[in-house]
Design a binder for this molecule. Structure first.
Ligand code: ADP
Ligand code: ZN
Length: 727
């Protein structure tokens, strides 16, 4: 910024390519350029949009450089956002251009939104009055500018009536500015009456939000305690200060009820940002965020890369949710990056969860984060009573998956006119199909994984690469007819069993692969909230943040499922997911319960869920991590080498390992064949780099990459700092 006024003949421009630094371009005579400007530049045979960067450009003879083609009429990307892009690039070991690319993904928004033609009442009188014309003139008498269709609609006439009047000179044509995507939120629209706990937490957030300082607050409150109401007060505080706010939600496309709650509090909805927002709307949101017209965005993790001009708060709701981790291209964790963004922009970040990540709990314990606790549900609602059903003692009938206890409870619940949820985190009908005659198992031809039967669609599907085939009548190996059996349950199979037990119940099955996409899921979720279903059978997407007033029973079909993963976070994740799911029960004050079907009722996770003693669960988990120097007490980086042949992948991975520098506090594990050794025809080997908390992980991995073999042929390397997945 300091050298804004200096006339420069060449500037660095960050272009969306995997280069490790900006490219230098010539500034044509008379073009005014300042850092942050979005420009169009030639790149090879094409032209791309890039961001003018602020490093001193290398000394190059400007005449040898290609010129900038155009400066877009767009607010500049501010210095904080530029530092944020650099920070993420350095931390994730990604090319900065690829991080900048995430911000530049709304190409139509670099030009101003067009103004539209409007009609305004002129002095001229209309001849040949009709009823329709009279109505139009009455509406237009306010002297404001109207669009043709808006005026027709408001007057209840067809647009041709407007045209007729226009032809008589009754209207002047005026240009109208683009309409805001959402109205401005009003922080004083409806201030809530908060409980004592809630007020204390809200005051703490408001105090932090009033300061222009980086801080992180963990709002740790049980499901239904009113965390949303509380963090809305932080949003109100930054709105009062004239700053923008960003609320990240893991499943924003499915949590439309959230938008309505926001509207009740602030009088208008926040702007939405996620992959299901239509392209034109996305462009408008981007532009209006950049211009400052949009004050609050509710979005998925990619909303971190919107061009805010005066961001003053980020809220990360359900901060423990795995959906915040992006695992392709730039591997980043949106929660962690939100904290970084707050530090750079000197503003507060609020993390909210009923089941915080171990990382955030530790940060709060060690005083790096402030913590507000909401120990009870709002108003008279009580937490559900959780009980384990030992499947060794009370097994389901042969070939079935619901124990008699659970079946009985579902029946009673439905009879009382309340709702029950059966949860199983597995899509499809059955995870494995085999031939009873020869033992043949159906496997994906391109992946190391079984094909999952989807009976509704009549197909066997690979959940890794999408490969699908018809379920045959005969075994492809031995040719025996009608001897294929489905092994294990998915939600479709539970639905089949439920129809058998509860033929009269109105049942809704929900999983992300249902036909009809997000629209249909939204409608179904709304129907459930209105009480239009007796029984819901679903995967994790029913767990996230929904408020189902009539739900009083949640049955977990297989509480052991996530524990079998055996990775670093298996216990934590299972605890979080099952707490969330059982937390759907009893949110409006009725007695409610959660049933965990398990073969290991003594497992610490199951015990913690049954006793409701989250604190001792976290204590154990934290002690375990500390002992093993696992995050957050140690650092990890995952490196996956994939290639078209197994030999290529393996030898490249070995080469990388040989290039590891000597370090006292970092070790390399592997390479080993990845648990998912083959995905979409690519063979995969994994290296895991494990270091102490203060170790220079990035420096170490960078040395490995630069000293290792040159990537050639089909070899690809992907680096994941702080990996969440080890598959
Ligand atoms: P959480 O996010 O902690 O699970 P929510 O914020 O969704 O909890 O609140 C649970 C329910 O309680 C919601 O229906 C919400 O409207 C209601 N609620 C919470 N706090 C208040 C309050 N202070 N006034 C009115 N309703 C509240
Ligand atoms: Zn596959």
């Amino acid at each position: 910024m300091q050298d804004d006024s200096r006339k420069r003949s060449a500037v660095p421009v960050m272009v969306p390519v995997p280069a490790d630094r900006p490219y230098t371009y010539r500034v044509p005579e008379g073009m005014k350029i300042s850092p942050g400007a979005i420009v169009r530049v030639p790149l090879g045979p094409r032209e791309v949009a890039g961001i003018v960067w602020d490093d001193a450009a290398e000394e190059v003879d400007p005449l040898k450089l290609r010129p900038i083609s155009l400066v877009f009429d767009c607010p500049p990307v501010d210095a904080d956002t530029r530092r944020f892009i650099e920070w993420i690039a350095a931390y994730t070991l990604s090319p900065p251009g690829m991080v900048a690319r995430m911000l530049l993904r709304a190409p139509e928004a670099f030009d101003p939104e067009p103004w539209t033609e409007g009609l305004q009442r002129s002095g001229a009188a209309a001849s040949r009055m009709t009823d329709a014309r009279r109505r139009v003139l009455a509406v237009a008498a306010d002297g404001l500018a109207w669009t043709r269709s808006g005026l027709a609609h408001a007057a209840g006439v067809s647009s041709t009536v407007i045209d007729g009047l226009k032809a008589q000179g009754v209207f002047d044509t005026v240009m109208m500015p683009p309409r805001p995507v959402v109205a401005a939120p009003d922080p004083a629209f409806r201030t809530p009456g908060l409980s004592t706990d809630q007020s204390e937490a809200a005051d703490m957030l408001r105090r932090a939000a009033a300061k222009d300082e980086a801080s992180v607050m963990l709002v740790d409150g049980v499901t239904g305690s009113g965390k949303t109401e509380v963090y809305f007060e932080a949003v109100a505080a930054v709105l009062e200060k004239g700053r923008q706010a960003l609320i990240l939600l893991p499943e924003i496309a499915l949590t439309q009820a959230f938008l309505e709650r926001f509207q009740e509090r602030f009088g208008s909805k926040p702007a939405e940002w996620h992959s299901d927002v239509p392209p034109l709307m996305r462009e408008r949101v981007w532009r209006q965020v950049a211009e400052g017209g949009v004050r609050v965005v509710a979005g998925a993790r990619s909303a971190l890369f919107l061009p805010f001009r005066e961001l003053g708060l980020i809220v990360v709701d359900e901060e423990h949710d795995p959906a915040y981790k992006q695992e392709d291209r730039v591997c980043y964790h949106a929660r962690d990056m939100a904290v970084v963004r707050g530090r750079i922009g000197r503003f507060p970040v609020v993390l909210a969860s009923a089941t915080p990540s171990v990382e955030s709990r530790v940060n709060a314990l060690q005083g790096r984060y402030d913590r507000a606790v909401l120990p009870a549900r709002y108003a008279e609602a009580a937490m559900p009573v959780i009980r384990a059903v030992d499947l060794r003692r009370a097994p389901p009938a042969r070939g079935q998956f619901l124990s008699p206890v659970l079946v009985g409870l579902v029946r009673e619940t439905i009879a009382r006119g309340e709702q029950a949820l059966l949860f199983l985190n597995r899509r499809g009908y059955a995870p494995l199909t085999l031939c009873r005659a020869c033992g043949h198992r159906f496997q994906c031809p391109d992946c190391s994984g079984w094909l999952v039967e989807h009976r509704f669609r009549g197909q066997l599907v690979c959940h890794h690469c999408g490969h699908h085939e018809r379920r045959p009548e005969a075994c492809p190996q031995c040719g025996t007819l009608d001897h294929l059996v489905a092994c294990g349950p998915g939600v479709e199979r539970i639905a089949e069993e439920a129809v058998h037990h509860f033929p009269e119940a109105r049942t809704i099955v929900l999983s992300s692969d249902m036909p009809g996409g997000v629209r249909r899921l939204r409608l179904e979720l709304e129907a459930i909230a209105r009480g239009e279903a007796d029984l819901v059978i679903g995967t994790q997407l029913v767990a996230k943040g929904h408020h189902f007033p009539d739900m009083t029973l949640v049955g977990i079909v297989d509480a052991d499922l996530g524990l079998a993963n055996g990775d670093l976070r298996a216990s934590e994740r299972t605890f979080q997911l099952l707490s969330q799911v059982t937390g759907r029960a009893g949110r409006t004050g009725r007695r409610s319960s959660g049933i965990l079907q398990t073969f290991q009722p003594d497992h610490p996770v199951i015990r913690a869920l049954v006793s409701g003693d989250a604190d001792s669960f976290y204590e154990r988990e934290i002690a375990e991590r500390r002992r093993a120097a696992m995050p957050p007490f140690g650092r990890l980086a995952g490196i996956v080498v994939s290639a078209g042949t197994r030999a290529e992948a393996e030898s490249h991975a070995r080469g990388l390992r040989r290039a590891a520098p000597a370090a006292s506090d970092i070790e390399v594990l592997g390479p080993a064949e990845a648990p998912l050794a083959l995905i979409a025809g690519r063979y995969r080997f994994r290296l895991l780099v494990h270091g102490g908390r203060k170790s220079d992980m990035q420096g170490f991995v960078r040395t490995m990459l630069s000293g290792g073999p040159k990537t050639r042929g089909t070899v690809k390397i992907s680096v994941d700092i702080d990996p969440q997945s080890f598959l």
